[in-house]
Design a protein around this ligand. Sequence first.
Ligand SMILES: C[S@@+](CC[C@H](N)C(=O)[O-])C[C@H]1O[C@@H](n2cnc3c(N)ncnc32)[C@H](O)[C@@H]1O
Length: 221
Amino acid sequence: MQTVNYQLKHKLISNEYKPAYKLARKIFGNLEGRVLDYGCGIGKSSRLLIKWGAGSVLGVDSDETALDRAKRYKNNGIEYRLISKNDLSDVDGHFAAAFSSFVTVEISTKDELKRMANAIYDKLVSGGTYIMIAHNEDAVPYESPMISIRGVNGFNNQSGQQLDVEVRTSPPMYFRDYYWKITDYKEVLENVGFKIEEISTAKPEEGKDISPFIVIKAIKE
Ligand SMILES: C[S@@+](CC[C@H](N)C(=O)[O-])C[C@H]1O[C@@H](n2cnc3c(N)ncnc32)[C@H](O)[C@@H]1O
């Protein structure tokens, strides 16, 4: 296998994940105002939000190294902030919308999912939209030429089970994710006060009949 550099690697991964972002963009519709990007990582999702029409973006993440990297890009309209323990109490004001892409899949307990949902809920204006990209429970375990998502020590269909994710670049990249079902997300979001308005599945990759990603739209009532 050919060795690929970081930029190319990133592009390859983006191609696999693109249909999920595309669906999120469609579901957001006319995005405007101040938007919170929860778990922004190296800022890809924050930069997308600006492209999609956000007036400004605050990207927050608990990983300082990722944020340092995010700051190296062209970031017109974007600010980044390090957070810990899902605490947004130092963040001033409210947001018209919030986005978390591929973040809840990294959260290992339902309690933490609740804390995250609660922090986002508190920071949205009334009527504000929260859009989340997560795994599609019906597609896991998932195998494609570029991604493998499988249970650690086999798959047992249990909420919160650990997943090994392999992105088959060269060298491959490995992530530890967690398996959550739509019923878990519903429980967590509705528990903190969100109304779920839509749950849609991304377009499958060529040659596949199911996408490993879903998009959930929730509204702060
Ligand atoms: C797979 S990356 C996705 C980054 C970005 N949203 C994107 O679409 O490219 C997940 C990010 O979520 C962050 N994250 C996970 N749990 C978090 C938490 N509880 N609070 C803040 N950030 C968190 C990780 O540090 C990581 O940068």
